[in-house]
Design a protein around this ligand. Sequence first.
Ligand code: 8YV
Length: 310
Amino acid sequence: MKILHIGPLTERFNQRLVTENDVVQLWRQGDALAYLDAHGGEFDIVVTSARFGCSAAMLERLPKVRAICSFGVGYDAIAVDVARDRGIRVSSTPDVLNDCVADLAMGLVIDCSRRISASDRFVRAGLWPAGNFPLARKVSGKRLGIVGLGRIGKDVARRAGGFDMQVRYHNRRPDADAPYGYEPDLLALARWADFLVLLCPGGAATHHLISAPVLDALGPEGILVNVARGSVVDEQALVAALVEGRLGGAALDVFEAEPQVPEVLYGLDNVVLTPHIGSGTEETRLQMEELVFANLRAFLDTGEMLTPVV
Ligand code: 8YV
């Protein structure tokens, strides 16, 4: 079976894939679509990631492909509808990254509210001798709204319990097993919340779900935390709300055109910016890698995958 590896992961992952299989690394082949026009018919399996995905334009040029093994839980960059229509199996890496993404979400809540990164900048700039750092906002006991109470959302909710927070959530439908208040109206959740944490999938269904009215409902004391996808937030509206002081703060791990970050945010002290590090720990990335290889092995051995999304 011939494997098309779409974009580089760690050197260890890339090497392991090459050592164990017959692999072409697409990023070394010049123009991707031109390469696939000439050679796409040779491949049986695609290995990719949440970041590089596999577009409909690529799948069109991969007539023999039967499986896509992706590194990452989100699959909004993969043309899953096309895959489904063609009977192509797709796997992602759910669950193994829940702890780390939930940890980061809580870390960003605390950082943005207690202004940890801002106070670090204050000390490093030598400003402390000239006066005390301005007072921040308390975290414990506050109201945490979750947009997307899935597996990671529940882990965030559990952690918030440790901070004596009240938790409510917005999903398309209520989750009968969730012991948290369901809010069918996103605007009402934003109005209620001190912190609005985004944990929903990306893609067309959630595109710009967090619009100007939602940001205004969250308001000048509210904090937005995004560890989901940049596409979920209308970034222009977010920047405007922050610049005009209509939103209290934002902690963002994902962006609409990452790795590009709107430069105006660099100058705002009530904003915490991280470079899509939700799953980025040694332990979790290793588990994600193992799960990609386990899915690949399972497909090669049985034609089925361990953690399929299609
Ligand atoms: C990426 C992510 O997988 O899992 C996801 O959906 O967004 C991340 O964990 C990681 O950045 C590699 O693409």
